[in-house]
Design a protein around this ligand. Structure first.
Ligand SMILES: O=C(O)CCC(=O)C(=O)O
Length: 186
């Protein structure tokens, strides 16, 4: 899971496809974007290109643009027709679901309050992390016949030493996956 907290101001998310750089294969992956605050149009809610998950996976340019909330400022190398995008507003407590291949992004928050999204990433058990070793997950339902992920133990303590160490290790693993092009010479 992750947080997308957009303060009032110029922060935005460029149009991108998660499947291009997450390293998860096959693409049986979905994100639940849960609104913790109201995500109405002025707050810069998520914008999607409908049906794009059925289309090609585009190359992405790493722009590292200021105010882009993405780790590398990734932008899909294709022309997006803004008129074809959909921007479903969400009330706090509602959620949208998006496929790992769908093109999505979001505009700046022009209100004077934060827009808070909590994102939960779900994948089927056949999905594998292909970029780095040591990725972990929680089995939320059913059986795992593939064992591609190590399981995360249930935390037993708030801010416990072991829990914090594990959280840091996971965060490092994820950063290595997201930035793996930078580590090619390691
Ligand atoms: O919250 C946003 O504006 C972007 C979130 C996003 O890109 C994602 O959940 O994959």
């Amino acid at each position: 899971m992750d947080w997308f907290i957009k303060e009032p101001g110029p922060d935005f998310v460029s149009f991108h496809q998660d499947a291009t750089y997450w390293g998860l294969e096959p693409h049986n992956v979905v994100t639940a974007w849960v609104a913790i605050s109201d995500a109405r149009p002025e707050t810069g809610p998520m914008k999607f290109v409908p049906g794009s998950h059925n289309g090609p996976l585009f190359e992405q340019e790493d722009t590292f643009t200021e105010n882009n909330l993405l780790s590398r400022g990734q932008v899909v190398k294709t022309t997006i027709d803004e008129a074809s995008t959909v921007m479903p507003p969400l009330k706090a407590g509602e959620m949208s679901l998006h496929h790992v291949r769908v093109i999505h992004g979001s505009d700046p928050n022009t209100t004077d309050d934060r827009r808070i999204g909590m994102v939960l990433r779900y994948c089927a058990t056949d999905v594998k992390q292909t970029k780095v070793a040591g990725d972990r997950a929680i089995l939320v339902k059913g059986e795992d016949n593939y064992h591609h992920f190590e399981y995360l133990p249930r935390p037993t303590k708030d801010h416990g030493k072991a829990e914090l160490a594990l959280a840091e290790a996971l965060s490092n693993t994820r950063q290595r996956a997201l930035h793996s092009a930078d580590y090619e010479d390691d």
